[in-house]
Design a binder for this molecule. Structure first.
Ligand SMILES: [Zn+2]
Length: 261
């Protein structure tokens, strides 16, 4: 067995983003639905990105339809309770005062607003994503509703258990690496975060950034996305999850390992 080990290591660790070996940039634009013009500007950004729509918003349906005509990936931006009690909550935010049945019913109601979603990520949620039993209820509701949906943990709390509870429920899951615009009034701060996104992708082969449709964020993205296409490739989140799974379990290594069971 030992003389086969070097081959095995090569097979298991080979980056398999097809023949194209450029590192991957996955971009998610959150908080769509309140402004039609901001939503359109986001959908017009260069590249294959993912768009998170808040349920129950004035322009949510219109932007979902527009995304469909542009073949863009959309996900549900599920509003969850923040730890900051002053944070502006949506009227449909899921909170710890709800029973698990209510959480489940409301989750499914919000999922069913957008038939074309490929996944879900959390809007706010720095409080609720830390509580395992709520996350388990939400993930199991999603899994029962449509098992192919993925959950992107926006990681609004460092103690979030959303990612692990999604995996435990059998959903595909992925985590946010960089927030582009926590300080959206400061262009330099957004540019700095954009460069951090590139650096993380260069180091690990892929990185997932979340931004919001603020004027400054759109400006930085409009200026910079076209410039990085030579070195990087853009990828919608569902594709990144799929290719990551394939690269972790290449066919060759599965067949190879099975010979030694
Ligand atoms: Zn949000």
């Amino acid at each position: 067995m030992t003389r086969f080990l070097p081959l095995l290591v090569i097979l298991v660790s080979a980056p398999l983003y097809g023949a194209d070996q450029r590192p991957v940039l996955a971009l998610v634009i959150d908080d769509l639905g309140y402004s039609l013009s901001q939503g359109k500007a986001a959908l017009n950004l260069e590249g294959d990105h993912t768009f998170a729509i808040i349920p129950g918003t004035t322009y949510g349906q219109k932007l979902a339809a527009l995304a469909k005509t542009k073949s863009k990936e959309i996900i549900l931006h599920l509003p969850l309770q923040a730890s900051n009690i002053w944070a502006a909550a949506e009227s449909n935010t899921l909170t710890e005062s709800m029973s698990e049945d209510q959480i489940s019913l409301n989750t499914v109601a919000m999922l069913s607003e957008f038939p074309d979603i490929k996944g879900i990520n959390n809007h706010m949620g720095s409080h609720l994503t830390e509580i395992s039993h709520f996350m388990r209820t939400i993930m199991e509701s999603i899994k029962a509703y449509r098992s192919q949906l993925y959950f992107l943990d926006s990681r609004t709390s460092a103690r979030s258990v959303a990612y692990i509870e999604a995996l435990n429920s059998g959903l595909d899951s992925i985590k946010r690496d960089v927030f582009l615009d926590n300080d959206h009034t400061n262009l330099e701060s957004i540019r700095l975060q954009f460069r951090l996104w590139l650096k993380k992708s260069r180091n690990t082969g892929s990185a997932l950034a979340i931004g919001h449709p603020h004027a400054n964020t759109i400006k930085v993205l409009e200026e910079n996305l076209p410039l990085v296409q030579k070195e990087f490739k853009f990828m919608r989140v569902s594709q990144l999850i799929l290719e990551t799974k394939q690269s972790e379990e290449p066919e060759g290594s599965k067949q190879y390992l099975s010979q030694f069971k």
